[in-house]
Design a protein around this ligand. Sequence first.
Ligand code: ACO
Length: 320
Amino acid sequence: MPARIIGTGSALPALLVSNRELEKIVDTTDEWIRSRTGIESRHIAVEETTTSMAIEAAKKALQDAKVSPEEIDLIIVGTISPDHYFPSTACEIQSALGAANATAFDISAACAGFLFGLGIVDAYMKAGTVRTALVVGAETLSKMMDWNDRSTCVLFGDGAGAAVVRSDESGIMSMVQGSDGARGNALTCEGRRVNNPYKKNDTSLDYTKMNGQEVYKFAVKTVPKSIEEALLKANVKADDVKYFLLHQANLRIIEAVAKRLGQSIEKFPTNLQECGNISAGSVPVLLDHVNREGMLQKGDTIVLAGFGAGLTWGATVLIW
Ligand code: ACO
């Protein structure tokens, strides 16, 4: 049976940093950031961590779904900014929740991480091996930014979103996923280099680097295409979709996708104005905001789409 989202939760750091605040740190302006991206502020972790926000979001999602931790069979976390290489963030969530019956692991698919997680859960559910799962997207991207590099540090924010998913008669209708590693250089962040008694390396780490225009071109071409494919597979018309919840990278990308799909921008809720780009956290945080504002009714058809470093992309059509 397909996977159905039955509860959502999210967590954001307490500190909200406005564009004006960033003017004090890097050579930028509120006007530049707003006009190029739509972003007005972002939440930045001070005491919070990827794990602490993931746990908070997961607890809220369980409450919303009225599901107990013991019922969870599978926990998947999409993250590119875990607190540790190991144990995984998913195992840390399992421990904090007391979800003793779950299998738990992380996946690395950047801004498509939540979508890839949903796709894995849907496949497990169709195989009949999992009944209830938790999918989380959680990031502390602020620790991976060069805060002297105005071309990247203004774009991103921290946070986590979670969804409880259960196998049901209806739910995910179609899932489209893809990757293009050959274009991976467009957006990178270095990990530890080989460094041991046999090979000595400089252990200082590079921060996030991005070719913004490459990423922009990729997004405006691939995202509408993947959504159109997902709609076709689900046999659903774009006009019949209530909301398109897209990865919150940039308002111009979202406007371009809406135009290409021939849909009103009102059908594309956004929170990037407040949150910036939370990578894997972006789609589930937005989904939780939309859910908690009461904008979704049972039976609504919605589209979720994520895209980002890798390059990676994923789109799904689902029944709420
Ligand atoms: N403040 C002021 N000026 C800036 C800033 C800043 N924060 N950042 C760059 N500039 C300057 C550049 O130095 C450049 O100056 P120059 O002309 O004197 O050399 C000028 O602005 C134009 O720079 P571009 O990079 O060409 O700006 P562009 O119009 O392409 O906008 C942007 C940059 C917003 C990043 C755009 O390329 C974009 O939206 N790309 C999509 C990338 C994205 O959203 N990435 C998010 C992560 S990936 C993902 O989540 C999918």
